[in-house]
Design a protein around this ligand. Structure first.
Ligand SMILES: NC(=O)c1ccc[n+]([C@@H]2O[C@H](COP(=O)([O-])OP(=O)(O)OC[C@H]3O[C@@H](n4cnc5c(N)ncnc54)[C@H](O)[C@@H]3O)[C@@H](O)[C@H]2O)c1
Length: 332
């Protein structure tokens, strides 16, 4: 492979800005090609970097001469881009959650594994020092109970088209638990291992008169893990007097408390002074550097979240939505 890594972007919205901002000053990387269903968005992003605009992910994968593809799409829009990358054996990075249709995501994961294709998924918290210190601690002293989630205020009306228009439509985003609390679900999986069963309740009808709004106002999701541990994770878009992000984990002799988007942590071990580790604020750059190093070398060992792994996180929030709909526990 040429020394410069040429990248194609499918999706030119908010996360395309976040990743290209993180990547643009890295050495030996070229933002070479962009496609977006909303062509003006693709043109605006491409214009910043002198990149070429393509009509479809397939054309980009076939003709742009890129070494890897970033797939930065809303949950409902996945499939075509991953298949295009797979069809041309191009490593790909997908933002979280990696889809909405679990069957489709599992098919793609199986093809990725069959081909041994290098992939990355946007669970950037796995690259944090705070998270890895907690993981190391809990590997010796297994986690038993976790609780946490994301609490935010009532959203504004959906925008007509393009960027962000999908978030408040549950049929497109999967709702806040699926789209946003997926970070916490993945973090708990990173600490506990895989899940066994999920049971969830949702609150609806409190947020009123928001055009285009069909997501739950709040949800509470109980998860049973294969290691015997349990978690309760929550989402809220109805906490207008204050909210935040939190994850608290207890083991027999430790307590781990993550706070804030940056996931700073307080680690407490029985009989020892508490240890604080602040979360990094350039986390997308850290995540992107790991993926790009893997693309450059072909060695994926530095990638902490792969596409197939992210599909197992996806299965938990899909099960939560199924449990909300049926009122029954759902096996994962
Ligand atoms: N890692 C994080 O912290 C983080 C933060 C925000 C969003 N995200 C995730 O990133 C993903 C993208 O979110 P965003 O904020 O960039 O959304 P966005 O709405 O800002 O941008 C999405 C773009 O995709 C385009 N698009 C939609 N369907 C398409 C299709 N079929 N083909 C090509 N382009 C299509 C839209 O026109 C839009 O330009 C979502 O899954 C979201 O959950 C991750």
């Amino acid at each position: 492979m040429a020394q410069t890594v040429r990248l194609g972007f499918v999706g030119a919205g908010g996360m395309a800005k976040a990743h290209t901002d993180a990547i643009k000053d890295m050495p030996d990387v070229e933002i070479a090609a962009v496609t977006d269903a909303h062509r003006p968005a693709a043109e605006a992003l491409a214009g910043r970097f002198g990149a070429q605009v393509f009509d479809t992910p397939e054309q980009l994968a076939a003709d742009a001469g890129v070494d890897a593809v970033y797939i930065l799409l809303p949950p409902f829009a996945h499939g075509e881009a991953e298949r295009a990358a797979l069809g041309h054996n191009l490593p790909f990075f997908v933002e979280k959650p990696v889809g909405l249709d679990l069957g489709l995501a599992r098919e793609i994961a199986a093809e990725v594994e069959h081909k041994g294709l290098l992939t990355g998924a946007g669970y950037m918290n796995r690259y944090r020092q705070s998270v890895n210190a907690a993981r190391e601690l809990l590997q010796q002293d297994p986690p038993i109970l976790a609780y946490g989630g994301w609490w935010g205020g009532s959203p504004g009306p959906a925008r007509e088209a393009g960027i962000g228009s999908w978030w408040t439509d549950k049929s497109k985003s999967g709702g806040q638990f699926h789209e946003q609390v997926t970070h916490t679900v993945d973090l708990v999986r990173y600490l506990f291992g895989d899940a066994e069963e999920v049971f969830a309740y949702a609150a609806t009808g409190f947020n009123k008169d928001i055009p285009g709004y069909s997501i739950d106002d709040a949800a509470t999701v109980a998860i049973k893990f294969q290691n015997g541990g349990i978690a309760n994770l929550m989402s809220s878009v109805s906490s207008n007097a204050g909210g935040g992000i939190l994850l608290n984990v207890h083991s027999l002799s430790a307590n781990v408390q993550f706070t804030g988007w940056e996931h700073s942590v307080t680690l407490r071990k029985k009989g020892e002074p508490a240890q604080e580790i602040k979360g990094e604020d350039n986390i997308f750059g850290i995540e992107d550097a790991a993926f790009l190093q893997a693309v450059r070398t072909g060695d994926g060992s530095g990638v902490r979240a792969t596409y197939p792994d992210a599909v197992r996180t996806l299965a938990i929030s899909v099960a939560a939505n199924q449990s909300i709909a049926t009122g029954k526990p759902v096996a994962v």
